[in-house]
Design a protein. Structure first.
Length: 296
């Protein structure tokens, strides 16, 4: 008789994931209790350091188990490179006793959940972008097949009665909010989101009390870094297009604008400046408008 989750590889492959079927996965099952009748998907991390050079070091461990816990230890391992390795189609010892979480009841977590192990260390290492996107796709596909809502995806840290922390470096509320969004193609990891927020702060300056953009205080008044760069670029272009017009104090002083950047480490905003300038130019006066300004 076929085991309950033999459909999983085909469903994940249909979602666009690269799937590796380990030998015997369709017939592999733990003997610690009843077969799964899942109402949700449970996310874990393996606690093993992974890399793009060694993206799935825990596959054999998840098949064989540990001295203290018989395998299989999950239904699939999601590698650091986003490749999914099938482990078992039957019961897996991944969840233990589970408390109620979201729409899912308490009980035997190995019966209640499909278990995905993300292969990364989890304390000093978070998931890779490819791994995070693959987990979104895999979870969405499995829940859709089960006919369950997206909030039936839970982290082990949300169901554990023994204080588990996995999946580490993953905000499960954010993860659930991103399930089904373009199959996760445009989703950022929590680390990427934090970097973007830091860059936004550096580029736009501290926000006002109502969240409005205030810009950084400079010698020419409140200015965002992008606006200051555009002023500088447009001033230079205007001078090149109208060389016969003397620049007698016209426009922002280039040296003052440059001075506003001296406190910023050069490697923080540089990668985004070219694209940001291009976007911001559409909102600023054109070089021709600069050249036509009344001269003092």
């Amino acid at each position: 008789m076929a085991l309950p989750l033999v459909w999983l590889a085909d469903v994940l492959r249909a979602a666009g994931l690269t799937v590796v079927e380990t030998d015997g996965w369709r017939d592999r099952s733990a003997t610690s209790g009843p077969q799964p009748a899942p109402v949700g998907v449970l996310e874990h991390h393996t606690a093993t350091p992974a890399s793009y050079e060694n993206p799935a070091p825990s596959v054999q461990l998840c098949i064989d188990g540990r001295p203290d816990l018989a395998g299989p230890l999950c239904h699939a391992v999601i590698g650091f490179d986003g490749v999914v390795h099938m482990i078992a189609a039957g019961r897996a010892n991944h969840a233990g006793k589970a408390k109620a979480s979201g729409p899912n009841p308490e009980g035997d977590g190995n019966t209640l959940y499909v278990g995905f192990e993300w292969d990364y260390q989890g304390v000093d290492q978070g998931p890779s972008p490819e791994q995070y996107r693959a987990a979104l796709k895999a979870t969405t596909a499995a829940l859709n097949h089960l006919g369950r809502p997206m909030d039936a995806a839970r982290g082990h840290k949300e169901t554990s009665v023994t204080g588990k922390i996995d999946p580490g470096h993953v905000d499960m509320d954010q993860f659930r909010a991103e399930l089904g969004n373009k199959d996760g193609e445009d989703v950022m990891t929590p680390e990427q989101d934090a970097i973007l927020r830091r860059l936004e702060h550096e580029l736009l300056g501290p926000r006002g009390p109502k969240g409005e953009i205030q810009g950084w205080q400079t010698e020419v008044g409140p200015r965002t870094i992008v606006a200051m760069l555009v002023d500088l670029v447009n001033e230079v272009v205007a001078k090149q297009q109208a060389p016969a017009v003397p620049a007698q104090g016209a426009g922002p002083d280039a040296e003052a604008i440059k001075a506003a950047f001296q406190a910023l480490p050069p490697d923080q905003a540089a990668p985004l400046l070219a694209e940001l300038v291009r976007i911001q130019q559409g909102r600023q006066p054109t070089p021709e408008q600069y050249a036509q300004r009344p001269q003092a």
